[in-house]
Design a binder for this molecule. Structure first.
Ligand SMILES: [Cu+2]
Length: 343
């Protein structure tokens, strides 16, 4: 999937701003390479001429050749090039500071060690999610970025520039995806032990599907008691939950039983709308089953990976704040199956 593509802004972008950055990156690389080669050649010429022109006086001490003049030439050539690069960089930064048109959607992203909370404020909505940012294609999306602990950095190389996330202040940036797809995002500021595994995905969908997704996201999770009371509530097309067996070892017990287990064991840290679990210390797990990854982009969201995660989070992501929850293998299997049904 494109979400696992290399983290490089030099490999082609999914938006106009990423293409502008790509041009800048390749341009800087070409200029820097040329400057290194030119300066190296000038230094070599300088050394050779100095040796040839060295004047040995009666006291046996060598005098100076014209090598110093060549070094001045080198400086004289590289300074205007560096100045031009600074101006180019300034113009691109200014161009990308604001979107070309009014953003259609505003999304709040807050960084935590080591995951992301995401809040959608589109059309009066106030919906919490985590570790996956869903955006509509073809329109700029405003991002309001904050941090809950240390400095992090929001970076989706194929969609736009980086932006620091600093405790105590809200920074703004924007994204725009030209076409649907899954784009890889990553924290780009070292923030502690699991910095490298603090990833996320941006899923760009058509505006019509985004509206449908947003309406669905505002509902209690499909799979909770509240949602089962609503016969009309079902996952949107194209966003079906992960496959969970209805029979066999991973099959569901009555939802009330496993939901009560979740509420009592996990609800202090995690929220699932439609249940009494309302914790905010960890990711909001409403509609968890519709997400592509778990553990902040670290593993594919499969039943087997979730079971592994629930069994021992520290073994999967050392240092993560989630403790090992005391569950029997049977309870763990049912819990994983229930979570995967939250779509
Ligand atoms: Cu980080």
């Amino acid at each position: 999937m494109s979400g696992s593509a290399p983290l490089s802004y030099m490999a082609g972008g999914g938006s106009r701003s990423a293409q502008t950055l790509q041009t800048l990156a390749w341009g800087f690389s070409a200029i820097c390479t040329a400057v290194v080669v030119i300066v190296a050649v000038l230094i070599l010429i300088s050394i050779r001429r100095s040796r040839r022109a060295a004047i040995v006086g009666p006291d046996g001490i060598a005098g100076e050749g014209d090598g110093l003049m060549l070094i001045w030439w080198g400086l004289g050539l590289s300074f205007p090039v560096l100045a031009a690069m600074a101006v180019w960089n300034f113009l691109v930064t200014r161009q990308l500071a604001e979107p070309p048109s009014k953003p259609g959607v505003t999304i709040e992203v807050t960084a935590h060690q080591w995951w992301w909370s995401v809040r959608y404020l589109a059309g009066g909505a106030n919906i919490s999610a985590a570790n996956e940012v869903v955006i509509p294609t073809g329109v700029p999306v405003r991002l309001q970025l904050a941090s809950n602990d240390v400095i992090h950095d929001f970076w989706v190389p194929k969609l736009g520039p980086k932006m620091d996330m600093i405790p105590g202040q809200t920074n703004q940036t924007w994204l725009e995806a030209d076409r649907p797809g899954v784009y890889r995002g990553q924290c780009a500021e070292y923030c502690g032990l699991e910095h490298a595994r603090m990833a996320f995905t941006v899923r760009a969908v058509t505006p019509a599907l985004f509206r449908q997704w947003l309406a669905h996201e505002a509902q209690p999770a499909y799979g909770t008691n509240a949602a089962f009371d609503n016969a009309a509530h079902s996952p949107p097309s194209g966003m079906s939950p992960s496959g969970v067996p209805s029979e066999g070892p991973g099959a569901m017990l009555p939802e009330q039983t496993i939901q009560a287990t979740f509420e009592s064991r996990c609800g202090a840290c995690h929220a699932v709308r439609g249940t009494s679990a309302g914790g905010i210390a960890g990711p909001d797990l409403t509609h968890f089953g519709s997400r592509g990854t778990i553990a902040a982009g670290w593993m594919a969201n499969t039943l087997a990976n979730l079971d592994r995660w629930l069994q021992d989070p520290q073994a999967v992501k050392p240092g993560v704040k989630m403790p090992r929850v005391q569950l029997t293998p049977n309870e763990r299997g049912r819990m994983a199956a229930w979570l995967e049904r939250l779509s």
